[in-house]
Design a protein around this ligand. Structure first.
Ligand SMILES: [Fe+2]
Length: 401
């Protein structure tokens, strides 16, 4: 399979080319022949929130996304509002209840604002479901198709960790703005003068937090069911501070377009950040989404100007001679990174720049990472310790440490 073939229509429409995408998210070559569950990329990230009207505005005004489609009472959906937002190849769908008896309300009561569905683009829904079923997977929604004047979409949904799902979407015969039932919708919101056209262009990885002892089970799920392979593994000293710890393994599809790090808490002196998440989310769920950008400095400046808060990185991080030696030279002076608290990591393939927001919802659960890759296919392991110490300071301030 060539790189060209793995660009989804959505990515092509977003004006991304394969070289940009390769750099943004660290794509690798792979042969799809023999892949039991071919995945071509992300389709969408579906959120359930307490106030979709306002969250949709937040993703536009703060994160620079564009409103492209909508469904709600006026379009025949009596249950709730759904706003579809895009930035480059990234598509978020934000759902909130209108009907007081909606199941969305129960979901929100249990989990707060969060990600309910990590929808994946697949070329053949039925092949994937047949394979998944053979592996004993819970098929929540059987393969079916829905149509309107823009064409036909084929869909099915399987269960993942906690109440999280994966809807498999083949929209190769569909030209509408999102799905049948949705109408095209724009917003009167206008970006500030000087704001970048997009703050981020692609989704790099989506991280799941699972219960103690369950990480390997979910790694096995993605290997068996989706044919994903292990990319990285972080256990022991690397990702423990003096007080708290976690373990993490990363699985990805063949071309690394879709990467799922999976975390579980590890036993330590104090409460792991993963335990805090599990307590407040009410079980396993999506912890963070890494948004790939080609200009992390501008992205951070813009987000800070819009009031987004990032985890602080101590000056000692940048003054550490060992770190300076390890990271070598990067595209901007270290002082520019220090000013913004951007972290650097380098491995044998190159380097990456990254930074993490504080939780963007009321509960201490979901947050974003911004990542700018320069050849590195990693996740910033050299930063884990500095990062966790920053998270612990926040956890302590919340009284949860
Ligand atoms: Fe990450």
């Amino acid at each position: 399979m060539t790189f060209q073939q793995i660009l989804t229509n959505h990515e092509r429409l977003a004006g991304l080319d394969i070289d940009q995408l390769r750099q943004l998210v660290g794509l690798v070559e792979y042969d799809a022949a023999g892949d039991p569950f071919p995945v071509s990329g992300w389709d969408s990230i579906v959120w359930v929130v307490g106030n979709a009207t306002q969250t949709a505005h937040f993703f536009q005004s703060a994160f620079g996304m564009d409103l492209v489609a909508y469904s709600g009472p006026a379009t025949g959906d009596r249950e709730g509002h759904s706003f579809v937002l895009e930035s480059g190849a990234v598509r978020f769908v934000v759902r909130g209840a209108v009907d007081p008896d909606s199941t969305l309300i129960e979901h929100h009561r249990k989990h707060g604002d969060g990600v309910v569905d990590i929808a994946l683009a697949v070329p053949d829904v039925d092949t994937c479901i047949a394979h998944a079923r053979g592996q004993g997977v819970d098929v929540l929604v059987e393969p079916h198709q829905i149509s309107d004047e823009h064409g036909t979409v084929r869909l099915a949904t399987i269960a993942a960790y906690g109440d999280t799902r994966h809807t498999l979407v083949d929209r190769s015969r569909y030209a509408g703005p999102y799905l049948p039932g949705y109408v095209r919708r724009e917003s009167t919101y206008r970006k500030r003068d000087g704001a970048p056209r997009r703050i981020f262009q692609a989704l790099d990885h989506v991280v799941g937090n699972v219960e103690l002892g369950k990480m390997d089970q979910w790694v096995g799920f993605y290997q068996r069911v989706m044919g994903f392979t292990n990319m990285a593994e972080f256990v022991g000293e690397d990702i423990a501070t003096e007080y708290s710890a976690l373990m993490s393994k990363v699985v990805s599809n063949g071309n690394h377009r879709v990467k799922f790090p999976l975390n579980e808490p590890a036993i330590a002196k104090k409460r792991s950040q993963i335990e805090e998440y599990l307590d407040y989310y009410g079980g396993p769920g999506v912890q963070h989404l890494a948004l790939a950008t080609n200009d992390i400095l501008t992205a951070v400046d813009h987000l800070v100007a819009e009031g987004i808060e990032f985890l602080a990185t101590p000056d000692s991080y940048y003054e550490d001679p060992e770190l300076r030696a390890r990271i070598g030279s990067v595209r901007v002076p270290i002082e520019e990174l220090q000013k913004r608290g951007i972290l650097v990591d380098r491995d044998e393939d190159g380097y990456l720049l990254q930074i993490f927001t504080k939780p963007v919802v009321d509960r201490p659960t979901v947050f974003f990472e911004l990542i700018e890759r320069h050849g590195s296919l990693g996740f910033g392991i050299g930063n884990f310790k500095a990062l966790f110490e920053a998270i612990e300071r926040e956890q302590d301030a919340r009284g949860n440490f």
